[in-house]
Design a binder for this molecule. Structure first.
Ligand code: HEM
Length: 115
């Protein structure tokens, strides 16, 4: 269970993520492909170059942050994302790689930003 404090912190980041989400996810993919080149071949290069992958991840993170106290509304979207990842052969050991690079990117890009 998330504490009230954690929920309040995550909700407070939602507007910042909305404003800077793509800056964050562009940095995230660059960082992850440098630090964990083993996951590079899983991704479609064209979608990276078009920026659609960065947009999709930014939108997913924003939706999660904004609805952290009401996650049921995300049920359908989360199910679709889960099915897509299962069909792409994403394995459990890939998730900590994304988690670590994403948290580090939030620190590096958003830092103490309050706007
Ligand atoms: C909580 C964690 C994650 C979230 C919220 C997330 C979110 C997303 C979203 C929203 C999409 C686009 C789905 C669509 O176009 O229908 C996507 C696609 C994808 N994700 Fe994730 N993802 C997560 C974890 C991972 C992990 C761990 C990997 C593997 C390292 C991964 C690899 C991919 C790939 C390969 C695609 C397809 C992109 C492409 O090449 O076009 N994701 N993800």
């Amino acid at each position: 269970m998330l504490t009230d404090q954690t929920i309040a912190t995550v909700k407070a980041t939602a507007p910042i993520l909305e404003q800077h989400g793509e800056l964050l996810t562009r940095h995230f993919y660059k960082r992850m492909f440098e630090k964990n080149p083993e996951v590079g071949p899983l991704f479609n290069r064209t979608n990276q170059e078009k920026g659609s992958q960065q947009k999709a991840l930014a939108a997913a993170i924003c939706a999660y942050a904004a609805n952290i106290d009401n996650l049921e509304v995300l049920g359908g979207a989360v199910e679709l994302i889960a099915q897509k990842h299962a069909s792409l052969q994403i394995q459990p050991e890939h998730y900590p790689i994304v988690g670590e690079n994403l948290l580090a990117s939030i620190r590096e890009v958003l830092g103490e930003r309050r706007d």
